[in-house]
Each structure stands twice: as C-alpha cells, then as structure tokens.
Design a protein around this ligand. Structure first.
Ligand code: ADP
Ligand code: MG
Length: 373
C-alpha cells in the first residue's frame, strides 16, 4: 500500500523483504539503478545494501535490526524515519511505557517482572488478578501476551512456559468497553496531525473490524485524538504513528501501545480520507506538505481478511462477495501461503451513514460465518 502510494507520486522505491515476489515487490518494479533487496529485516548486509541505494529509508515493521540502522545513520547521514532511537524505544514495550509515562500520557499501571514464580507473585501483589503478562519484545497480534487468572504455582509456571525465553513485564487488567486507535502523521519538524479516532474490534487478539469514525459521547474522540497527537510529538522522526487505545466506561482514555508506522487500523484511510495514511507517511518522510487527514465519507468499516487455515477459500469467498456490495473495496495482498491468523487482505466499505455501512458489512460476515462452518 505504501508502494502504491509512492508509485502515484512518482517516487522510485526499493524494497527489502525475504523473497523475490513479496507483496510490495509485486506492486513496483524498481527503477534502475535501484533494485529490490532479498533478505530478512534483521540482516546487516541486506539493510546496508538497501541503504546504499536510497536517500530516505523507512520501515513497515518495527522488528528490524536497529543497531545497523543506527550505524548507517551515523556513517552516511541518510534520512531514516522514524528515527532509529524511536524504533529502539518502541521495540521494547516496557521501555515504550516508561517513555510514555515520563511524558505524562495516560496508561494502565504496569511493573517490570522478574522471570520467576516469585517475580510474578510480586507483580500480582502489586496489580491484582487477572494480570496481563506481556513479552517486552517481538510481540504482535497477541503473541507475547498471557492472561494470568489465578496465582497458584501451576498457573504461573504455565505462563512462564508460554512466554519462554522472553523478557517480561506486567500490566493491570483494563476493563475497557471499547478498543480504539488513532493514526497520527508527524512531519520532520515535529508538527502532528491526527486522523479520526476509530473503533477497533479484535478476534483472537487480531484486529478484525474497524469502525470509522468512533461514535463516542462527551468529547471522548477529541480527547483521544489530542492524546494521540501528544504521543506522536514525543517520538523523534517523521511518518505515521498508530496509537492503540483503551476506552473505559467513564470515557477515560488509556494509551495501550504505539506502532511507529502505518497501521492496520488505518487501512480505511485509503478510500475514506482525503489523504491515506500511506501517502501521508511518504509526504512526511520526504519533507513534502501533508495532506488532509479528515474523512471524505461520513462512515466507513474495514474488515480484515484473516486466514482460517492453509486453505484460502474461506477468505476468498468473502472477497468475492464484497465485489457484489456497493461501496466495498477489495484489497488482496498477494501473500503466498495462507495460514491461520495470517492477514491476507482486507475490505473497506464506505457509505453515507453508519447504518448503510453496517448493512453492507452484514452479507460479508454471513459469508465468513458460512465458510467457517
Ligand atoms: P500486540 O498487539 O502487540 O499483540 P497488545 O499489547 O496490543 O499487543 O495486546 C493485544 C490485545 O490484548 C489488545 O488489543 C487488548 O485486546 C488486549 N490487552 C492488552 N493489554 C491489556 C490489558 N492491560 N488489559 C486488558 N486487555 C489487554
Ligand atoms: Mg496491539
């Protein structure tokens, strides 16, 4: 999606990813002398090969080798966005929380945890049960989270096994009524613009549906958008930041976590906003004027197409159904190999009212339910 936005702006790009034919590489043919690079995001050689070709380097996943990015920035002075220091901070969820807390942002209580039965008991004494245990690093789509419901040794041992070999921290359980997110675009100079607050609905810890905008009473949306802008102000470097949030019964907003890149819950911006998160990410990192972040349609819904097994047929049935639904836009990513829990594509619905969008979503959910059996 970033590659598609770059193509429209006539920005030549080179992509680093494992494989010759990965989704982004299918979208743009590199323009000579650029070439795409084949290798993992952790490989120093691959990252150096990419950096040697470009003036501006950005990331779409934060689990990259940040030491090499640091070294490249010092040695060459090329623009890297967000800055390696931001990526490093966000890679460790505990350090990320400490940073947000230092900056006065609203968070659920959390504590560092020593990897032992005693260490976890200490966290339970501080934060109570249920306790949300989290891996500090390499976590996504709920992989890295463990909900501890009782404090007997067996349950704690099971948690330690589930999160084996990971540095841990713990959070107080948040009894949120809704989950939400705000995309924020930040210029190189630190000017920030929020997209509207959206409601995110998760299934098995994976973002399943996004409703845009979030319909909340009492100024919750404005408050959440201002908080998200404040979050983005605290991180160095340009680009889009995805700020995940919890909304409590009384309208309290907590920041859950931050992604230093365009985010799944901002996919709706492609069809539903004046300027998509991808185009604005590019504009921001290239130092171009930013586009308008407002919606151009009163209502929008994004449905993720998530693999249910190695068989892509169920999610393809939903995509096919979407072709018959007015206002529905199909995005299939061209990933090879469907897997349970793998994001294979998404559908964005736009409409004149929330009710119209929900009516348009219904046949897609029915197809999904039928194909899942
Ligand atoms: P990731 O998205 O990296 O897997 P998150 O920290 O966002 O990790 O957690 C995944 C999901 O787990 C959240 O979207 C939310 O549904 C739930 N969750 C996370 N932290 C808490 C918490 N402290 N209390 C209750 N639920 C939580
Ligand atoms: Mg998350």
């Amino acid at each position: 999606m970033l590659a598609a936005a770059a193509s429209l702006l006539n920005v030549p790009i080179s992509i680093l990813d494992v494989g010759e034919d990965t989704p982004a590489k299918q979208v743009v043919v590199p323009r000579a002398p650029l070439t795409h690079v084949d290798g993992p995001f952790t490989s120093p050689e691959a990252i150096r090969k990419l950096a040697a070709q470009v003036d501006v380097l950005t990331i779409e996943i934060e689990h990259v080798n940040v030491d090499v990015l640091d070294e490249i920035q010092r040695a060459t002075g090329i623009e890297i966005h967000p800055s390696p220091s931001t990526i490093r901070m966000i890679q460790d969820k505990y350090i990320q929380k400490e940073h947000l807390k230092r900056n006065g942002l609203p968070l659920a209580d959390y504590v560092a945890v020593e990897r032992s039965v005693e260490g976890i008991k200490k966290a339970i004494a501080q934060l109570g049960l249920p306790l949300m245990l989290k891996s500090r690093t390499l976590a996504y789509d709920g992989r890295g989270n463990y909900v501890l419901k009782t404090q007997d040794d067996a349950a704690i041992s099971a948690a330690l096994t589930a999160l084996a070999d990971r540095p841990l921290y713990a959070e107080r359980w948040v009894p949120f009524v809704k989950e939400a997110a705000v995309m924020v675009v930040r210029t190189r100079e630190g000017i920030v613009h929020a997209y509207p607050l959206v409601e995110t609905v998760h299934k098995d810890n994976i973002c399943h549906i996004v409703f845009a905008p979030f319909r909340a009473p009492g100024g919750v949306s404005t408050r959440a958008e201002l908080i998200a802008e404040e979050v983005a102000r605290t991180f160095d470097g340009a680009g889009v930041f995805g700020v995940e949030m919890f909304i409590l019964e009384d309208g309290t907003v907590y920041v859950n976590e931050v992604a230093p890149r365009p985010h799944n819950s901002g996919h709706y911006t492609i069809e539903a906003c004046y300027t998509s998160q991808y185009e604005n990410h590019l504009r921001a990192i290239l130092g171009l004027p930013l586009g308008d972040t407002r919606m151009i349609t009163p209502s929008s819904i994004m449905l993720n197409l998530i693999g249910t097994s190695t068989d892509p047929a169920p999610m393809l049935a939903v995509a096919e159904k979407a072709l018959t639904v007015p206002g529905a836009h199909v995005h299939l990513y061209g990933k090879t190999g469907c897997r349970k829990g793998r994001k294979m594509g998404h559908i964005t619905i736009i409409g004149e009212t929330d009710a119209e969008c929900r009516d348009r979503l219904r046949p897609l959910l029915e197809t999904l339910a039928a194909s899942e059996g």
